[in-house]
Write a new protein. Structure first.
Length: 121
């Protein structure tokens, strides 16, 4: 038996509605699930790029799972420069657009909880 793919990554957030609005409304991901899970102290919300087999779960932050972390999550786009300009114009906390020879353009961003993500072309 082997592992076939990565299904889901969890991101701790302090306000699930605000996080869902950011990931769906600002980043353009689709909401795939939104279900109450009292054991988590909130809901299980999954978002993903259209057609992606990997989702992000926006789970309630708690003492042992804090929001505002470097996630290591890399999201892909067709044009890092265009997306960087769009997100910056919308007031999203974006880092510099990095354009190094031989490396795809990329930039860092932070969601409303301060979770760090990378956008890579």
């Amino acid at each position: 038996m082997t592992i076939s793919h990565i299904s889901l990554l969890s991101l701790p957030v302090s306000d699930q509605d605000r996080a869902a609005a950011f990931y769906v409304g600002t980043l353009g991901l689709e909401k795939r699930m939104d279900a109450a899970v009292p054991q988590l102290g909130g809901r299980w919300i999954e978002v993903a790029p259209a057609g992606s087999s990997t989702s992000l779960a926006l789970v309630p932050a708690r003492d042992d799972l804090r929001a505002g972390v470097e996630t290591g999550v890399r999201l892909a786009t067709g044009s890092a420069g265009e997306l960087h300009a769009q997100l910056a114009a919308e007031g999203v906390d974006v880092g510099d657009l990095l354009t190094w020879p031989g490396v795809p353009p990329m930039f860092a961003l932070r969601d409303p909880d301060g979770n760090g993500l990378e956008i890579v072309e």
